[in-house]
Design a protein around this ligand. Structure first.
Ligand code: BGC
Length: 244
């Protein structure tokens, strides 16, 4: 089945038509700057522009940087507060004339990686992190998703894992890659102690820079970069919808 997959990120909202059987993109990605403020109404307008760009009439899966439960967005750590309690599936379906289904962005990226990317051959527990403005987390057990885990918000070192280790923290504090890498390794070590996964997959912008901090990663569990990089969110949001 073909589904329009969309990834709602801090700087861009990107979409492409996805073949959900193979995880391949059928079209180029189309990107629009994220409106500021990124209220539901402003994002809806962008979604409609993306739908029109592809002359799309089918289903639309959207990755959202917050918890999405029963079609409703429940949290908004790094997005506009108007998202809290927003019934995205119903509201966006009504206002786009397409069937729209939202999913947490890290869950979407994870679905793409465990089916078509870095976790493809892995059994047991896979723990994926998306490291960007925030930290998204997702766990799969034999490729089954445990949805909406918000482990980036666990308290850690008088902060949270997110406010200690996100890529935005590296930039704001002007940390060198090794300095940031040490922090990241401490966060991974904490997750390792708590969850004992078989594999960590690192997604988000830092996955392309792993050579700059891999020396600081000393935990016993293997840590690999995501393979689908900036397409994972689009692909996973589409694949999730196709298998509902
Ligand atoms: C949000 C998560 C999201 C992550 C990455 C966190 O701040 O709470 O829901 O997956 O950022 O965007």
């Amino acid at each position: 089945m073909d589904v329009l997959g969309i990834d709602f990120g801090g700087s861009g909202i990107k979409g492409a038509i996805v073949d959900t059987n193979t995880g391949e993109l059928r079209t180029d990605r189309f990107r629009i700057e994220t409106p500021q403020p990124a209220t539901p109404a402003a994002v809806l307008q962008v979604i409609n522009e993306i739908i029109n760009h592809f002359s799309w009439h089918g289903k639309v899966g959207i990755g959202i940087p917050g918890v999405v439960k029963n079609g409703v967005v429940l949290t908004a750590a790094n997005i506009h507060d108007d998202w809290i309690g927003y019934p995205i599936n119903q509201a966006f379906s009504e206002q786009t004339a397409c069937e729209v289904v939202g999913i947490n962005d890290a869950d979407a990226a994870g679905i793409a990686e465990v089916h078509f990317g870095a976790g493809d051959n892995e059994k047991g527990m896979v723990f994926l992190l998306t490291v960007g403005t925030g930290i998204g987390t997702v766990i799969f057990i034999n490729k089954h998703l445990v949805p909406n885990l918000e482990l980036g918000h666990l308290e850690f070192k008088s902060k949270t894992i997110e406010t200690y280790t996100a890529d935005s923290v590296r930039k704001d504090k002007n940390l060198s890659w090794p300095e940031w890498g040490k922090r990241f390794n401490k966060s991974l070590a904490y997750y390792e102690r708590m969850f004992n996964p078989n594999l960590f997959i690192v997604g988000g912008g830092v996955s392309k820079k792993m050579d700059k901090f891999e020396e600081q990663i000393t935990i016993a569990t293997p840590v690999v970069p995501a393979q689908m990089q900036n397409e994972a969110g689009i692909i996973g949001a589409a694949v999730h919808l196709a298998h509902l």
